[in-house]
Design a protein around this ligand. Structure first.
Ligand code: BGC
Length: 681
C-alpha cells in the first residue's frame, strides 16, 4: 500500500465512512448510529436524510430500558438483533453500545446509558457486544472515557483520581474489551487530565491497549480530534466527523501525510493504525470468507423489542391494588397526557431511529381493550420558552400548566371508571449536547396529576422518561405509579400488558432517584457540571447509591428497586462450596403471592473494617428468576474473590483479607438477609 492509500483509510471520506483501497479489494468502512436502532440513511456528505424508503428499522428500547431489565440474556438478544439490522443495512461498525456511567441524574444522555453501577453496566454490555459482533459487525463501545456530561463536552477537562476511574468509570470498557472482545472503541469529546481523549496516551496506549490488550480500532467521536501528531502517537486510528467539508484538510488527512513526509512521524505509526483497521475488517469477514447478511424489522426483532420493554417497566407504587386493571370490572378509561400519544424514536442526534412503527401507550391500550370506552385527553402539551440560541434541542422548558387541557382531562377522568395519566419527558427535554438544569417535571404535569386524582381517585400515573425526575409530589398524590422508558417500537404494547397484568412487572431501577438534586453526589459536592473548563469528580468512588448509603441519605427510590404484582420471600442465605477463586452463596427464593413473576435478587458486599475508605456497600452479583405462584427455587451466586478488590494506586487491585458481609437484597435498601465470611486471598 502506498502512504497515500494508508492515510486515506485513517479519516472520514463521508459523514459515516472512511476509505478502503479499491485497487487491493479493501472496501470502505461503513459506520452507523446508534444505540436505539439503526439510524436512517444520510447523504454521504451531509446530515440531510438520503431520502430512502427502505431504511426504517426496529426502534429498540433505550439504554435505561435495557438496564432496568437486569436481564443479561435479553442484552444478548438485543445485541444480536441490532447487529443483524446493521448488517441488513450494509454496515460494518455499529456506534453502540453507549455505556458511560451515570454520574448525575441531569445528564442529557442518561437515557442512552445503562447505570450508575459499574457491575450492572458491565454485565449488560458484555453480552450486548458479543451479540452484535456475532453478526459480523464491529461494536464501537462509546464514549471512551470519563465522558459523563454534555455541558462543555467538547472542551471540558475531567479530573478524577486513579482509584475512582479504575473502580467506577473504566470497568465497563475493560469488560467490553476483555470479555466482550469489542473490536472498536470511540474516543470521547472531553479531555481527561489535560489531554483530549482522542490523543490521550494514558487512556488509549497505556490502559486500553497495553493493560487490557485491545487490538481493535479506536474511532474518534464526531469532531473530537484536535491534532495530528499527538493523536497519531496517542493511539487514535480513525478520525471521524468534522464539519470541514474538504476531507483532505482533516487532521488525519493531508496534515498526517505531511507529518510522515517531513519525518515528524515514522511510517510505522501509520502502519500500526492501518493494521488495526485491517484486523477488524478480517474479524468481521469484510475481506474474505462468508459474511452474514443480517435482517431488519423482522418478527423476531420486534419480539426482542417487546421482551425488553416488558421487562424494563418498573412498578414504583401500588396501594389499594388499583393494578392490574381488571377488565371485567371496568367499562371506561380516561387516557390522559401527551405521552399517551407521543412517539419517542426521533431526536437526540445519533440516538434517533426512523422507526418502522412505534406503538404509543394509547394504541397499546386500544388493542388490549377493543370493547371498552377509551377517552383520550391531552392534559398537557410540550411547550418551550423562546430560546435565543436558535437551536432545536435542549430548549428552555415551560412549566406552566395548560388550564384548558387540564379541564378537559378532569372531565374525561370524572366520566370514566379509571384514569391513566401518561406524563414524563420527551426526546427534546432529554438530549445529547445538553444536560437538564433541574429535576422538575416539565409542562405543568404535577398540577395535571393533582387535578385528575381529585376528579377520580382511581387514577394511575405512568411516567415515561429516560432519567430521574422529582416525583415527590406525584408519588404522594397517587396510589399507583409506573415508570417506563423511551421504550422502542413495542413500548405501548408492553405498557398495556403491564397495566392489564398480562405481564407482571419485573423492572428494577438501574439508578437512584433522589428526593432532591442536592442529595446526589455530584451535586452535593458542587461538582456538576464544573466550571467552563474543568470538572473535578469530588465524590470519587461514591457514585449513585454508594453515596446515598455511605452518607445515610434516604433516596426517593433506591437503586435496584421495583415492585411486582406478586410477592417474593428470600431465605436460607448461606455460604456454599467456595474456593480460593470464588465465593459461592446459596439462597432460596419463594413466590409467596398470587401470580407468576420474576424477581431480581441482588448481592451487595460491605467491608466495614477496611483499611481504605469504602462505599457502605457495593453490588457484586444479581440474578433474575422466574417463579410460578407458590413455587420455590434454590439458586446460588458465584462471586469471584478478585471482585472484592479495591484499587490502590501503587499496588493495583488489592483484595484485603478478613471479614466481608454479604447482603441478599431485593434493592440496595431492601436487605433480606446478611452473612459474614472470612476471605483469605
Ligand atoms: C455522538 C456519538 C455519535 C456520533 C455520530 C456524536 O455527536 O456523541 O455518540 O455516534 O455523533 O452521530
Amino acid at each position: 500500500m502506498t502512504l497515500e492509500e494508508k492515510v486515506a483509510m485513517l479519516h472520514g471520506n463521508g459523514k459515516f465512512t472512511s476509505a478502503g483501497v479499491a485497487r487491493l479489494g479493501i472496501p470502505e468502512l461503513k459506520s452507523t448510529d446508534g444505540p436505539l436502532g439503526i439510524r436512517e440513511e444520510l447523504h454521504k456528505d451531509s446530515w440531510a436524510p438520503a431520502g430512502w424508503n427502505t431504511d426504517s428499522a426496529t426502534f429498540f428500547p433505550a439504554g435505561g430500558g435495557l438496564s432496568a431489565t437486569w436481564n443479561v440474556e435479553l442484552a444478548r438478544r438485543y445485541g444480536e438483533a441490532i447487529g443483524q439490522e446493521a448488517r441488513a443495512r450494509g454496515k460494518d461498525v455499529l456506534l453502540a453500545p453507549a455505556v458511560n456511567l451515570i454520574r448525575s441524574p441531569l445528564g442529557g444522555r442518561n437515557f442512552e446509558y445503562f447505570s450508575e453501577d459499574p457491575l450492572l453496566n458491565k454485565k449488560l454490555t458484555v453480552p450486548y457486544v458479543l451479540g452484535v459482533q456475532e453478526q459480523d459487525v464491529a461494536a464501537c463501545v462509546k464514549h471512551y472515557a470519563i465522558n459523563n456530561q454534555e455541558t462543555n463536552r467538547g472542551t471540558i477537562d475531567v479530573l478524577a483520581d486513579e482509584r475512582t476511574i479504575r473502580e467506577m468509570y473504566l470497568p465497563v470498557f475493560e469488560g467490553a474489551v476483555k470479555e466482550g472482545k469489542a473490536l472498536s472503541v470511540m474516543s470521547a469529546y472531553n479531555k481527561f487530565r489535560g489531554q483530549y481523549l482522542s490523543e490521550n496516551d494514558y487512556m488509549l496506549n497505556k490502559i486500553l491497549r497495553s493493560d487490557w490488550g485491545f487490538n481493535g480500532l479506536v474511532m474518534s467521536d464526531w469532531g473530537a480530534v484536535h491534532s495530528t501528531v499527538p493523536s497519531a502517537l496517542g493511539g487514535l486510528d480513525i478520525e471521524m466527523g468534522t464539519e470541514i467539508n474538504n476531507y483532505n484538510k482533516w487532521y488525519y488527512a493531508n496534515p498526517l501525510l505531511e507529518a510522515v513526509k517531513s519525518g515528524e512521524l515514522t511510517e510505522s505509526v501509520i502502519n500500526e493504525r492501518v493494521e488495526n483497521i485491517l484486523r477488524v475488517m478480517m474479524e468481521i469477514n469484510m475481506l474474505e470468507g462468508e459474511r452474514k447478511g443480517g435482517s431488519i424489522n423482522t418478527p423476531e426483532h420486534r419480539q426482542v423489542a417487546y421482551d425488553v420493554a416488558a421487562e424494563s417497566i418498573v412498578l414504583l407504587k401500588n396501594e389499594g391494588n388499583l393494578l392490574p386493571l381488571d377488565a371485567s370490572k371496568l367499562n371506561s378509561i380516561a387516557v390522559i397526557g401527551d405521552n399517551a400519544i407521543r412517539k419517542h424514536a426521533n431526536g437526540g442526534f445519533g440516538a434517533g431511529v426512523k422507526a418502522a412503527y412505534e406503538v404509543s401507550p394509547l394504541e397499546g391500550l386500544q388493542s388490549r381493550f377493543p370493547d371498552k370506552k377509551l377517552v383520550f385527553a391531552q392534559g398537557y402539551e410540550e411547550h418551550y420558552l423562546p430560546n435565543k440560541l436558535g437551536r432545536a434541542w435542549g430548549l428552555p422548558v415551560d412549566y406552566t400548566p395548560n388550564d384548558k387541557l387540564v379541564n378537559e382531562a378532569v372531565k374525561a377522568a370524572q366520566a370514566s371508571d379509571f384514569a391513566i395519566v401518561f406524563i414524563g419527558s420527551n426526546r427534546l427535554v432529554e438530549t445529547e449536547a445538553e444536560d437538564r438544569k433541574t429535576l422538575r417535571l416539565p409542562f405543568g404535569q404535577e398540577e395535571l396529576v393533582k387535578a385528575v386524582k381529585k376528579a377520580n381517585p382511581r387514577t394511575i400515573v405512568v411516567v415515561i422518561a429516560g432519567a430521574p425526575y422529582d416525583l415527590n409530589e406525584i408519588q404522594a398524590n397517587t396510589d399507583a405509579l409506573i415508570w417506563s422508558w423511551f421504550n422502542g417500537s413495542e413500548g405501548g404494547n408492553a405498557l398495556a400488558d403491564i397495566l392489564t397484568g398480562k405481564v407482571n412487572p419485573s423492572g428494577k431501577l438501574p439508578v437512584t432517584f433522589p428526593k432532591k438534586l442536592e442529595d446526589s453526589p455530584a451535586h452535593a459536592t458542587n461538582s456538576f457540571p464544573g466550571s467552563e473548563t474543568v470538572v473535578e469528580y469530588k465524590e470519587g468512588i461514591l457514585v449513585g447509591y454508594r453515596w446515598f448509603d455511605t452518607k445515610a441519605i434516604a433516596p426517593l427510590y433506591p437503586f435496584g428497586f421495583g415492585l411486582s404484582y406478586t410477592s417474593f420471600e428470600c431465605s436460607d442465605f448461606k455460604a456454599g462450596d467456595s474456593n480460593k477463586e470464588r465465593i459461592r452463596l446459596d439462597f432460596t427464593l419463594e413466590n409467596s403471592g398470587l401470580g407468576e413473576g420474576k424477581e431480581t435478587v441482588q448481592v451487595y458486599v460491605s467491608k466495614t473494617d477496611s483499611k481504605v475508605p469504602r462505599a457502605q456497600k457495593e453490588l457484586k452479583a444479581f440474578k433474575k428468576i422466574n417463579l410460578a405462584a407458590g413455587s420455590k427455587a434454590s439458586a446460588s451466586f458465584d462471586i469471584p474473590v478478585k471482585d472484592l478488590a479495591y484499587y490502590d494506586e501503587e499496588k493495583g487491585w488489592v483484595v484485603e483479607p478478613g471479614t466481608y458481609t454479604f447482603h441478599l437484597a431485593t434493592s440496595s435498601r431492601d436487605i433480606q438477609e446478611s452473612l459474614d465470611m472470612i476471605v483469605q486471598p
